[in-house]
Write a protein that binds this ligand. Structure first.
Ligand SMILES: [Zn+2]
Length: 308
């Protein structure tokens, strides 16, 4: 199972959510289950990342609890599941993967995959087959791919030449030098690149689907302001943050054959996807899907529970 943790992708510019631009054609073609109403736990990576992996809902989560209690990675690891964390976000895993270790791909440079702002997210898939081949064949695997995604303000550095789909783009990290239109164009290109990247993840998983049940969950860590109310970037206190910083895209992709293996009725999942969800659901949904039994599991927060 792969969990892709997105970076700074906001729900408003997500093609599958009805955005005026089709920024997610690959996911559309794949027939993923799209969740249009998902709220993040925080408005920054430092808050959202540990919070979404914690067993606590946002209303009870604190930074201290994030550090002191076992998180999803710890619980899965203890249950005997092989956890692999690959990170392309320069801020790293924010302590979430301390006990299992993270592959810091943001420290790596690969010809053709990187520029002055770091590497494109495709680096997260580099030598992945080799990595997976090293794991014990009888173990279930939980792979986290932590994207650089739409990290600003230098949106234009997040995607290669062939993803310059919308222009003119803002070609500066000093957003004041650009028009709002140029900023949005560059941002939308980052979303289109994430769409391509998720397609590549699905393609990789498909190559394993013959003898494994495979699944992908994607959810962004927080949103982004792109000029609404004169605001840019993210990180405003939650209570005053505009919805653009809180409302995030989420999709689930499970091929039909694997869905049977997981015991998930995909039609029911499609039907329930329009309900309101949040990062609070992630911990319990992953435990539910991977059939890990623990007293921490809360069935009413598992998005798959009603689709069994
Ligand atoms: Zn972030």
């Amino acid at each position: 199972m792969v969990l892709v943790v997105g970076e700074t992708a906001r729900a408003e510019n997500w093609g599958l959510n009805g955005y005026e631009r089709q920024t997610t054609p690959v996911l559309e073609e794949l027939g993923v289950v799209n969740f249009p109403d998902v709220r993040a736990c925080g408005t920054s990576t430092a808050v959202s990342l540990p919070c979404m992996f914690s067993p606590f809902p946002r209303s009870e989560y604190t930074d201290r609890k994030g550090k002191e209690y076992e998180n999803l990675v710890d619980v899965l690891n203890r249950a005997g599941i092989q956890v692999i964390w690959r990170d392309n976000d320069s801020g790293g895993a924010k302590g979430v993967a301390d006990r299992v270790g993270e592959e810091k791909l943001y420290n790596v440079t690969v010809e053709g995959l990187c520029n002055s702002g770091g590497c494109y997210d495709a680096i997260l898939l580099k030598d992945l087959d080799k990595k997976l081949a090293e794991t014990k064949p009888d173990k279930d695997i939980f792979l986290v791919l932590h994207q650089k995604g739409s990290h600003g303000p230098a949106y234009y550095l997040r995607y290669p030449e062939e993803f310059r789909l919308y222009g003119p783009e803002c070609l500066s990290s000093d957003l004041q030098n650009c028009s709002r239109e140029e900023i949005v164009n560059a941002y939308d290109n980052t979303i289109a690149y994430t769409d391509y990247f998720l397609g590549q993840v699905a393609e990789t998983l498909t190559s394993y689907s013959g003898n494994h049940d495979v699944a992908m969950i994607y959810v962004s860590d927080h949103g982004e302001s792109l000029g609404e109310y004169g605001l840019y970037l993210h990180g405003l206190p939650y209570v005053v943050a505009p919805k653009e910083q809180i409302h995030v895209p989420m999709v689930v992709w499970i091929p039909e054959q694997s869905a049977r293996g997981f015991g998930v009725n995909m039609r029911r999942l499609y039907d329930s996807a329009s309900e309101s969800y949040s990062h609070d659901n992630l911990f319990h949904s992953v435990l539910g899907l991977m059939e890990v039994e623990t007293e921490l599991y809360e069935k009413d927060k598992d998005i798959f529970a009603q689709c069994r």
